[in-house]
Design a binder for this molecule. Structure first.
Ligand code: XMP
Length: 483
């Protein structure tokens, strides 16, 4: 059979990226503020704000994940660390808030005040329920122990008549009880006065302040964690605590990876997101070979720190990848959420990804400059920056946890770069700007939510020259000297 080299080139697919398109304005009956952006990240994870921070070691650890979830999005804890450390980062997010805190740190009435104080500082809590034979017998707070005799017994200083609530207490009822009795901590007990949990004023305030937050049934913040498909042990450990496990390899469409990922899909109970994928054929194989998956990361080689396409000339730009995956899923009548991952610089890019079939967008570069990302601010020439690096960069790979992102044994070439990005302040401001920009895009397109945008929006294709005209021009901007 002769090989058709001519058509391989001349019938090559048109592969587009964000800068090639614009969203065409449509007849609009809605105002931007009426647009709802709520969408699914995975089968069971619904977000009010469909923005997700990448599992990268200069982007998402617990601090970022807590802020992302509070703002209605989601953070995926990176895997460039030991299993224990990653589990601990996940636990920090889960402990950050909840309506009724379970798994409490408690103390016995027979302890000394010095011992109880040590427990409070070790676990960073401001009070301890005092328990004897599982029953609640008192409450000790930092305030009770101030200037006290540290050799005295807890039973001498604790509050003995404790106001409590029953297991079925609602938030409003809890607020009423706390207000009436002027207390900031409300232990929850069962019929036998056994301690079940604790409600705190701090958690109730937080719930009201972050009304769009992504939370589980117990009011705890949602969090994801990334794994290598070859690391079943890590996936099983994380599965005990996390809400979603996200596969983290550059090229998921690989025999060994499909096999290994299928094993993970069979052994975990959390949602499982596969990826990264970029072609219709890869989706076909995932559908047939992975028993259970709850979402797909789309995009190969488009990230701002990627040199994959430069080094290998292989890749599937995110917008193209999303359209390939969306059309293949539709052919199979499957509604799995697609996560557009890599190359998104602005809310406008995100809007294009949504128009083409994405349900959420994952960003590294955009979030790396925020205060909540790992690492300190770096001052260069009077301006502030933060470090940002690809997980395939030499320095990230030097930790040895991430080398299988690019092949089972670890490739020898680097597929990412490292550098700095401008400091961007707090996540909350950035998310607000993104949400505002997205709502405005949806307003232009005349779509009140993501599903309507999928159905009714149309795109316009632009040339490189045209795309230049869409930027500010013929004006001297502060800091630039070109006209
Ligand atoms: P942005 O454009 O938001 O992209 O910075 C983040 C996404 O890029 C992927 N990623 C990499 N891809 N080499 C790659 O080819 C790398 O070193 C690398 N590190 C991260 C990843 O999908 C991330 O979410």
């Amino acid at each position: 059979m002769p090989i058709d080299f001519y058509n391989k080139l001349h019938k090559a697919k048109d592969v587009y990226t964000f800068r090639d398109f614009i969203l065409l304005p449509g007849l609009s009956k809605i105002e931007p503020e009426d647009v709802s952006l709520s969408s699914n990240f995975s089968t069971d994870i619904k977000l009010n704000v469909p923005l997700v921070s990448s599992p990268m070691d200069t982007v998402t650890e617990s601090e970022m994940a807590i802020s992302m979830a509070r703002e209605g999005g989601l953070g995926i804890i990176h895997r460039n660390m030991s299993i224990d450390k990653q589990v601990e980062e996940v636990k920090k997010v889960k402990r950050a808030e909840s309506f009724i805190i379970k798994n409490l740190v408690t103390a016995s009435p027979d302890l000394l005040i010095s011992e109880a104080t040590k427990i409070m500082s070790k676990h960073n809590v401001s009070g301890l329920p005092i328990v004897k034979s599982k029953k609640l017998v008192g409450l000790l707070t930092k305030r009770d122990v101030k200037f006290s005799d540290i050799d005295s017994k807890v039973s001498n200083l604790m509050t003995k008549t404790v106001v409590t609530a029953s297991e079925s207490v609602s938030i409003d009822e809890a607020k009423r009880i706390m207000h009436k009795n002027r207390v900031e901590k409300l232990p929850v007990v069962n019929n036998g006065n056994e301690l079940i949990g604790l409600i705190t004023v701090k958690d109730i305030y937080s719930r009201e302040k972050y009304s769009l937050a992504s939370r589980d049934d117990e009011g705890r913040l949602l969090v994801g964690a990334s794994v290598s498909p070859f690391d079943l042990k890590r996936a099983k450990e994380l599965d005990k605590y996390v809400d979603v496990i996200v596969s983290d390899v550059a090229h998921f469409h690989n025999e060994n990876i499909l096999k290994a990922a299928n094993k993970i899909s069979q052994e975990i109970s959390s949602n499982f997101v596969v990826g990264n994928l970029g072609t219709e054929a890869s989706v076909e194989d995932v559908i047939h070979r992975i028993d259970k998956f709850d979402g797909i990361r789309a995009g190969v080689g488009s990230g701002s720190i990627c040199i994959t396409s430069e080094v290998t000339k292989a890749g599937s730009p995110t917008l193209f990848a999303v359209s390939q995956i969306a059309s293949k899923l539709q052919e199979h009548n499957l509604s799995k959420p697609i996560i557009a991952d890599g190359g998104i610089r602005s809310s406008g890019d995100a809007a294009l990804a949504f128009a083409i079939g994405a349900s959420s967008v994952m960003m590294g570069n955009v979030f790396a400059g925020c205060n909540e990302s790992p690492g300190n601010l770096i001052k260069i020439g009077g301006k502030y920056y933060k470090q940002y690096r690809g997980m395939g960069s030499d320095s990230a790979r030097a930790q040895n946890y991430i080398i299988d992102r690019y092949s089972k044994k670890g490739k020898t070439i680097s597929e990412g770069v490292e550098g700095v990005v401008p400091s961007r302040g707090n996540i909350s401001e950035l998310v607000k700007d993104f949400v505002g920009g997205l709502q405005a895009s949806f307003g232009y397109a005349g779509a009140k939510n993501i599903k309507t945008l999928w159905q009714t929006s149309s795109l316009g294709q632009i040339t490189g020259v045209g795309s230049d005209e869409l930027k500010p021009h013929n004006i001297i901007l502060p800091g630039e000297d070109k006209y």
